[in-house]
Design a protein around this ligand. Structure first.
Ligand code: 13P
Length: 254
């Protein structure tokens, strides 16, 4: 299977200027060309500095954690896709559950963000995932299906091929409670089936699906061993160069 393997680090609202530059420098210096894409997603204000540090590396890439859903204009405090493009961002994370929950981002709003990113030539890491209540109601597959359908399935095949999906069960984010490898595999296989039903199997097999939620070196081996888990979207463990680099190695060894 020739899917792209990715380990992406979502730094969230962490790292001062000096800390962020030091972390990025360490990652870029030590990341090897092992066939796994490393993606770093620092806060907005660090993007330009981290771009300089990454330079034209062939295996470390830069992501923004969000973008605004309008192209430009009177939106005080917001950052547009074109601004992100102008600093050399490669990917935009769209639809993280923290954005959905704390900033009321809806599936419809996310559609606009996805469209703007793709039109600007940037690739997308699209997050989906259910809350604990939804999982307890056994409605998680339906919930994720709806998230994908309402924000992504209007895309043409060639556009959809630029989407990386990140499955992040909300109950596992920052809680230390990681999904079991079986839960992750089941959900990733469901997502692949949903993509296949909407597009076709060739596209589904080529889609990179990352797992996110308390993933760290001590639990990643069993997760990465699952056939439909193509890497991780990492929060806490991406803030330590050693852990992030270890996850890259572990993915490559798979
Ligand atoms: P944690 O790895 O800290 O649980 O965060 C996961 C996440 O939300 C990545 O986007």
């Amino acid at each position: 299977m020739n899917r792209t393997n990715i380990i992406a680090g979502n730094w969230k609202m962490n790292m001062t200027l000096d800390e962020g530059k030091a972390l990025a420098t360490e990652i870029v210096k030590q990341a090897t060309d092992n066939g796994v894409k490393a993606i770093i997603a620092p806060p907005y204000y660090l993007l330009e500095s981290v771009r300089q540090i990454i330079g034209n590396s062939k295996h470390v890439f830069l992501a923004a954690q969000n973008c605004h859903q309008e192209a430009a204009g009177a939106y005080t405090g917001e950052i547009s896709v074109n601004m992100l493009k102008s600093v050399g961002v490669d990917y935009i994370i769209i639809g993280h559950s923290e954005r959905r929950n704390y900033f009321d981002e809806t599936n419809k709003m996310l559609t606009k963000k996805v469209n703007l990113a793709l039109q600007a030539g940037l690739d997308v890491i699209f997050c989906c995932g259910e809350s604990l209540t939804i999982r307890e109601d056994n409605a998680h597959v339906q919930h994720v299906k709806r998230q994908l359908r309402e924000s992504l399935f209007h895309l043409y095949e060639n556009e959809f091929s630029r989407i990386v999906i990140a499955y992040e069960p909300i109950w596992a984010i920052g809680t230390g409670e990681v999904a079991t490898p079986l839960q992750a595999q089941e959900m990733h296989a469901e997502i692949r089936k949903i993509v296949s039903n909407n597009y076709d199997d060739r596209i589904a097999q080529a889609t990179t699906i990352l797992y996110g939620g308390s993933c760290k070196p001590s639990n990643a081996e069993a997760l990465f061993a699952k056939p439909d888990v193509d890497g991780g979207l990492i929060g806490g463990a991406s803030l330590k160069a050693e852990d992030f680099l270890k996850l890259l190695e572990m993915r490559a060894a798979k």
